[in-house]
Design a protein around this ligand. Structure first.
Ligand SMILES: Cc1cc2nc3c(=O)[nH]c(=O)nc-3n(C[C@H](O)[C@H](O)[C@H](O)COP(=O)(O)OP(=O)(O)OC[C@H]3O[C@@H](n4cnc5c(N)ncnc54)[C@H](O)[C@@H]3O)c2cc1C
Length: 376
């Protein structure tokens, strides 16, 4: 299947997802409390069978889900993505008992997941993380430190937590742990952010963990984190493409009917050309996302570069498209509750999380030069 043309069944599935998002998920999203996990929404995603697809689908299907849901309900899109981000390390690296305990409940939308990598002193430079796993007997540790900007915290039922098991070893001394929310010593605080979904910080005060909580191998947790991000980065791009398409369609409808200067807004060539530019860039970003996701599904060697390119292009494009859509709508776009007022708040954070745009450029350059060195 070429990366740039979807099968008719995939196109039909995307249409169905958009309808589900508008009819079944949007009403639940509207009842949610800002800054809190919307459990009825997560449960409905489970009922619709979408969460279980996180563990059975490839990267392209994940992108199609995220793009289609984002088009009609960003809250549902993000709730789905966060279940995937937090639970993928369990799916890919968990023991049979970890998988049995958590994955069915994640898929049903009963257990809420979180992915806890960032810290106050380690964001873009994630390998500098300092949450410490101090030895506490054979195959036992105590986690001490802080995580911040963690989506779904502090309400998530479990977190994939990345902690330092070997001091001074950088990326090679990090271990991934599956930490249930009810562990003694684990507390959290909600943070009030511009981004609409729930985000918080987590404080670890000698939280006990054992070998049964390790995801993958001791000191190999950074690979768990990077493997998860390689899968999810193109899909952040898909989220952005879904938002850009929603902004574009709203702009087409608005400029076609808005009276201005004796005609419609669309009759002004500068307006029409801006809409054309929005469509052009959105389609280019979409193709880049599908190509990166297909590369992941094929197990291609250049996944890190393609994932970084797709995330970078799509998130920057969506920012441009949503901003232009606001401009072409005028004041009404800024009214609280307008689709574009919502998208304007949603579109900003993806340029920062899962690797800021500058970090993606760094990854792309590193991969390019590695190829040059390999060829010499
Ligand atoms: C809405 C939202 C949700 C989030 N959810 C999660 C989550 O669920 N789990 C989690 O672990 N984290 C999460 N984060 C945290 C996110 O991953 C970090 O914010 C991100 O990695 C950047 O780290 P920082 O904010 O500390 O910025 P810093 O690392 O301090 O970087 C600040 C800026 O410096 C520049 N910069 C940094 N590094 C480079 C470089 N190498 N080259 C050039 N310029 C550079 C960039 O402009 C960057 O934006 C979330 C963040 C947001 C905003």
């Amino acid at each position: 299947m070429p990366a740039f043309s979807l099968e008719p069944a995939q196109t039909a599935w995307c249409r169905e997802l958009r309808t589900l998002a508008a009819d079944r998920l949007r009403p639940l999203a509207e009842k949610g409390e800002p800054g809190h996990v919307n459990r009825p929404l997560v449960a409905e995603l489970g009922q619709l069978g979408l969460l279980s697809r996180l563990f059975t689908s490839g990267a392209l299907d994940l992108c199609l889900m995220r793009e289609s849901l984002a088009y009609a309900c960003t809250e549902a899109e993000t709730a789905l993505a966060l279940q995937g981000l937090g639970a993928h390390p369990v799916h890919a690296h968990g023991t049979p008992s970890q998988r049995e305990r958590w994955l069915p409940r994640v898929a049903d939308g009963i257990a809420v997941a979180a992915f806890a990598l960032s810290e106050p002193g380690a964001g873009s430079d994630a390998a500098a993380l300092s949450l410490t796993a101090d030895p506490d007997g054979p195959s036992r540790w105590r986690l001490t430190g802080e995580k911040c900007w963690i989506s779904n915290a502090p309400e998530a039922d479990f977190c994939t937590v990345f902690a330092r098991t070997t001091p001074g070893a950088g990326a090679r001394g990090v271990t991934a742990f599956l930490v249930p929310a009810d562990r003694p010593g684990l507390t959290g605080t909600a943070l009030d952010m511009l981004s609409p979904h729930p985000i918080g910080s987590l404080a670890f005060d000698a939280v006990p963990v054992t070998g049964d909580d390790v995801l993958g191998e001791v000191d190999r947790g950074f690979r768990v984190a990077m493997g998860t991000l390689n899968l999810f980065r193109p899909s952040v791009g898909a989220f952005a493409v879904g938002m850009a398409q929603a902004a574009l369609d709203a702009t087409l409808a608005h400029t076609a009917q808005r009276d201005a200067f004796g005609g419609k807004l669309k009759d002004l060539q500068t307006v029409a050309h801006q809409v054309a530019e929005m469509a052009l860039r959105t389609e280019a970003a979409r193709l880049m996302v599908y190509r990166a996701a297909t590369a992941y599904d094929e197990g291609a060697a250049d996944v890190p570069k393609r994932a970084a390119m797709a995330k970078l292009l799509a998130t920057e494009t969506a920012q441009y498209v949503v901003d232009t859509a606001v401009q072409l709508h005028g004041a009404r776009a800024l009214r609280r509750g307008h689709l574009l007022e919502h998208l304007y708040r949603e579109v900003r954070a993806p340029r920062i999380y899962e690797g800021a745009s500058e970090v993606q450029r760094g990854i792309i350059a590193k991969e390019l030069y590695a190829n040059v060195e390999a060829a010499q």
